[in-house]
Design a protein around this ligand. Structure first.
Ligand code: FMN
Length: 298
């Protein structure tokens, strides 16, 4: 299918300006390679590998399968500092093309990895954090809107993306509720240079989610998504049925293991209808994108 691009996707060498966003427990090396083969940027959190040795093995495996770009996510404030330093060094050793930093100040990582020519994306939910990340020297800023899977902000993408674009000089990446090609087109119209999609890829054959989790994403709509800070202390979106007290999500006891038993997904579940291989998901999105653009110009 016809490729399309933005300055940032062209610079990264992607066929399409799409990112399969990092997801704790769910993203794995198979996804990263499938995304590379499908022409988009795959990613995974370093913490999906329990040990630094397992992380090195994964990087070696990815490097043996593809020479296309991919990304590794480090969750700064949620990671033991010693492990974080090891993960960053390992990314340098394997010349990881893109690092995605979240939950903390990326300055130290930017300074270190820029010396090796690596690119850094940092995710934010508002302009205040965006300004700090820009000052830290990141190469692009991910604006995470309301309704996103995982930790999400409160701003509507119609406001957040143009607002970040207007006030920052680095490229903006749109995240939150982008599950299909129409939304990709909308994100690019708003000025984003990449569309960053998590929830849609939970329903991929390759990812590490259980079959029940994948099917729940397919069966759910936005009505099944609850925005709460009761699970992790930070506001995030979860599938209602997996919250320990589904009837009273506002009074959730912290018994169940978060992310493992309590499953996260964004409002974009409404547009996810089938579990498919990543190559097919990407081709669906690209077709939907081209159809949407053709409708606009008709
Ligand atoms: C199950 C799940 C786990 C996630 N884990 C992480 C993570 O470890 N690190 C991170 O930076 N973002 C994480 N996110 C957020 C995604 O990277 C991305 O911002 C989000 O999924 C985009 O919104 P969407 O799900 O509506 O497409 C997670 C999201 C989900 C759904």
């Amino acid at each position: 299918m016809n490729s399309f691009s933005t300055p940032l996707s062209a610079r990264l060498g992607l066929r399409y300006p799409l990112v399969a966003a990092p997801m704790f427990i769910i993203s794995n090396k198979e996804m990263v390679v499938a995304c590379a083969q499908a022409g988009i940027l795959g990613s995974m959190p370093s913490l999906n590998c329990r040990t630094i040795e397992a992380f090195e093995e994964d990087l070696r495996w990815i490097r043996s399968k593809t020479d296309k770009p991919f990304a590794i996510n480090v969750t700064i404030g949620l990671t033991d500092p010693a492990r974080l330093a090891q993960d960053v060094d390992m990314c340098i050793k394997y010349d990881v093309p893109v690092m995605i930093t979240s939950y903390g100040d990326p300055t130290g990582i930017v300074n270190k990895v820029h010396q090796h020519g690596m690119t850094v994306f940092h995710d934010v939910i508002n302009l205040r954090h965006g300004r700090k990340a820009e000052a830290a020297g990141v190469n692009a800023i991910i604006g995470v809107s309301h309704g996103a899977g995982g930790h999400a902000g409160t701003l509507n993408p119609y406001v957040l993306i143009p607002w970040l674009r207007e006030h920052l000089s680095v490229p903006i990446i749109a995240a939150g509720c982008i599950s299909g090609g129409e939304q990709v087109a909308a994100a690019l119209v708003l000025g984003a240079q990449l569309a960053y999609m998590g929830t849609r890829f939970i329903a991929s054959t390759e990812c590490g989610a259980s079959d029940r989790y994948k099917q729940m994403v397919v069966d759910s709509t936005h009505d099944d998504v609850v925005y709460t800070n009761e699970v992790s202390g930070i506001h995030a979106n979860f599938l209602k049925q997996t919250l320990p007290d589904a009837a009273n999500p506002d009074r959730t006891p912290l018994g169940a293991k978060r992310w493992v038993d309590i499953w996260s997904a964004g409002q974009g579940v409404s547009q996810v209808r089938q579990v498919k291989p990543i190559e097919d998901i990407v081709q669906d999105i690209v077709r939907e994108y081209h159809d949407a653009v053709a409708r606009l110009s008709a």
